[in-house]
Design a protein around this ligand. Structure first.
Ligand code: NIG
Ligand code: FE
Length: 415
């Protein structure tokens, strides 16, 4: 009798494959196509079959495929994807928090030399090993939420050497964890206070002295920029984005957080995603709806700063996509809990459960240009989260208090 290395898993009270759902536009829970009493078969890290459990069981028995029996109420969903984080950093910014709740704004604190610059100094002082330990700890805590793919940005080094140290730390942890870590270069986070030259000269420096090493060493193929008054203006960002696009980098932008302009650039340059969007208005919403750029809401930054949420409902109703990410960073979004944040955004913005779930699965995958994650269908990676409940609505209803009991990454059981 043959055993092909396949394994069957089930029964699940409900399985949400998300397989027929579109990348853009509003979603209703009725579109989820839930399979009750479901099972699946995985092989070599991929899903090869999703079906009714009776069918899966008889197929497995006939073909002598081992079956892993789930003996409790369980909801099976694609493992989650956190498409925007800054979890490589040194130190904390509790001091900024105290100032903010005392009435100072994020931008005021930044202008006074706190904010991002404060974390840059602490991150420069940290060794690569110390940064790796911090990343590992935060990856472990995201994994507990059912997240199996995490984007991590550089951006707290702001010199070629310190940015490369961050990217190497991310790569090293990626090589030693089952979870996929996707790195993004954000050396254009702000102009570092110790750079003797203009913003435009800083960009020239990055293009000449940083990005070639990144490419030569295969450290990242994604580039980000913070477009904002206290960071980089539109002409500077245009120059940076045009040059990096020419060099083959995928683009993403910290856009429309306090003022507009960044999202429009994202559309113009065909960025994969534009993230933040708390300040986006009707014009930006329409531009995004007409494009294939993925808008990414970062409710953790809104909650961290006490700012409005991105107009998630309006974006979806206009026909745009919507991914939701944690933005986990020491300044604006220290919470690092995507499940809490997605549930809270859903409550405030009136998102259907399907829309919230799509935002942290296949729409988050689209924000990262990944087309084999975020859905449970034949050929996709066997990245699977299982929640101990018989009703999928419990996941967001419980606002982050219901945690998955099991997580598979590429067919390997993580817990
Ligand atoms: O996405 N807005 C810019 N960058 C980060 C915050 C970085 C920080 O404050 O350390 C964000 O919110
Ligand atoms: Fe961010």
């Amino acid at each position: 009798m043959k055993n092909t290395g396949k394994i069957g898993i089930g029964p699940f009270s409900q399985l949400l494959s998300m397989r027929h759902l579109p990348v853009k536009g509003p979603l209703k829970d009725e579109q989820l196509g839930i399979i009750n009493n479901a099972g699946l078969i995985i092989e070599s890290g991929r899903v090869v079959e999703v079906n009714d459990f009776q069918q899966i069981r008889s197929f497995c028995q006939k073909e002598n495929i081992p079956l892993e029996i789930i003996d409790q109420a369980a909801v099976c969903v694609p493992a989650f994807i956190d498409a925007h984080t800054h979890i490589c950093f040194g130190g904390t910014r509790a001091g900024d928090y105290a100032k903010r709740v005392g009435g100072k704004s994020y931008l005021e604190i930044a202008r006074e030399g706190g904010g991002i610059w404060d974390t840059v100094q602490k991150t420069r002082k940290a060794s690569q090993e110390e940064l790796e330990q911090g990343i590992q700890k935060r990856v472990a805590s995201l994994t507990k939420l059912g997240i199996a793919t995490i984007e991590i940005k550089s951006g707290y080094g702001l010199s070629a050497e310190a940015e490369l140290k961050m990217l190497r730390a991310i790569r090293h942890v990626n090589q030693h964890t089952e979870i996929d870590l996707i790195s993004t270069c954000l050396p254009a986070h702000i102009v570092p206070k110790d750079f003797s030259g203009s913003s435009r000269e800083y960009i020239d420096y990055l293009l000449n002295d940083f990005f070639p090493t990144v490419q030569k060493n295969g450290l990242s193929n994604r580039a980000d920029i913070f477009v904002e008054d206290t960071a980089f203006d539109i002409p500077e960002a245009k120059f940076y984005l045009a040059e990096l696009k020419k060099r083959g980098f995928e683009l993403t932008i910290h856009a429309d957080q306090f003022g507009v302009g960044g999202s429009q650039l994202g559309v113009e340059f065909g960025a994969r995603s534009v993230d933040h969007l708390e300040a986006s208005g009707q014009k930006e919403i329409e531009l995004l709806a007409q494009s294939d750029v993925i808008p990414v809401a970062l409710p953790g930054a809104s909650m961290g700063l006490g700012e409005p949420f991105a107009p998630a409902r309006q974006l979806l109703d206009a026909g745009a996509s919507l991914a939701i990410a944690s933005d986990w960073n020491p300044g604006s979004a220290p919470m690092g809990n995507l499940l809490v944040q997605a549930a809270v955004l859903g409550a405030y913005e009136k998102l259907s459960i399907a829309e919230t779930l799509a935002g942290i699965t296949f729409r988050a995958a689209a924000a990262l240009g990944l087309n084999q994650q975020g859905k449970l269908e034949k050929g996709h990676l066997a990245d699977i989260a299982v929640f101990p409940t018989s009703d999928y609505r419990e996941i967001f209803y419980r606002q982050g208090q219901l945690l998955p009991c099991t997580l598979w990454k590429k067919g390997k059981r993580i817990f």
